[in-house]
Design a protein around this ligand. Sequence first.
Ligand code: IPE
Ligand code: IPE
Ligand code: MG
Length: 244
Amino acid sequence: MSNREQIDLKRIPQHVAIIMDGNGRWAKQHGQDRSYGHQAGAETVHIIAEEAARLGIKYLTLYTFSTENWNRPSDEVSALMSLLIESIEEDIFMKNNISFRLIGQINKLPQDVQDRLYACVDHTAKNTGMCLVLALSYSARWEITDAVRNMATKVQRGEILPADINCDDIASHLTSSFMPDPDLLIRTGGEIRLSNYLLWQCAYTELYFCETFWPDFKAKEFQKAIYDYQQRERRFGKTSEQVS
Ligand code: IPE
Ligand code: IPE
Ligand code: MG
């Protein structure tokens, strides 16, 4: 039985977040430079987006470029920016009824990259299937800091009372406020860390780490992660008896 057949289509995670890691090491393994790895990684994005849409996942959030990644060598950063423009394939999104959205400090990206990304957001906005979200110039600590700043301004203006602030208010001030928290977070490439990704939202997310470098992470590996997720019992602090 293949992984796809083993998956219970009635218990598909609503939101899957992915830390797409390992492009550089994959390129090195193939005797190529890092940007070759990023190019190969962009192809994997399309494969996984199509597979996720097919399985009925509602939100797929891909960690594409972190705030910390701005500190990489400038030629790698420029190669990644160009790749963003080159590799957006609207026809794949239209064919699969995928809407495209962004989180992060998008205004930090070069203007031509912003224009290309927002054109795709607009073009796919009416699609009703899966929402594919790219996290760009994103860091969770930036996002939480920004939310705190916005809430403090509202307090100062007398629009909200400090004593009334609850978890939902904080969540509603995050850039991810339009989606539920991730049910499953996948990190490829062998590192066991979150690297400043969706820290607030992953409070109760199931974590899945694998060694495979992102360019080699194909539909079968993705299905394996979904299947693994479905074997777990999510207890949210309760006992097994309470949730079963
Ligand atoms: C992930 O792959 C892509 C980005 C962070 C932009 P890496 O470029 O981090 O690849 P490794 O971790 O060096 O192999
Ligand atoms: C995390 O990968 C960021 C993205 C995948 C976009 P990194 O390769 O930047 O993470 P660290 O530096 O190894 O933690
Ligand atoms: Mg990395």
